[in-house]
Each structure stands twice: as structure tokens, then as C-alpha cells.
Write a protein that binds this ligand. Sequence first.
Ligand code: FES
Length: 78
Amino acid sequence: MNDVPRDLPMHPLVEEPEAGRYAWCACGRSAKGVHCDGSHKDTEIRPVKIELEGGRKVAWCQCRLTKNPPFCDGSHKA
Ligand code: FES
């Protein structure tokens, strides 16, 4: 992705989020990590919105190299 900082964690964030709507930060600038805080507004990058049912672990991509956003697909190892 264009303009994504490269000092991002090169591993997923694994957690079990509550049910609800989430906006994954695709620009890598959010002060809230993988969760959008609006910092993309001066870029052409937009967050990925998703609704989760809860009760399941997810592996959020933190490196922003995934081909399956918002989830880790192992691309951080490349
Ligand atoms: S953290 Fe694994 S693909 Fe981004």
C-alpha cells in the first residue's frame, strides 16, 4: 500500500474482540494500532470496515502487507 510507514510491528495482533463493528487501520498511522482513529484523512487509504460476531480469536494484520485485510495472512514473513 502507498504511504504506509514501515516501522510497523511485523507480526499479527491476536485477540478475541467483542461482537461489534470495527474499522481496521490500513494506513498504519493510527495511534490506536490496528483500529482506525481517522489519521488516514490526508491519504488515499481508507480503513477496512468489518462486523465481528465475537467469541472467536482474530489475528489482526499489523504490518499492513496482508492480501486479506484486516487479517494476517502470513505476508509479514516475506
Ligand atoms: S501481520 Fe501478518 S500479514 Fe501483516
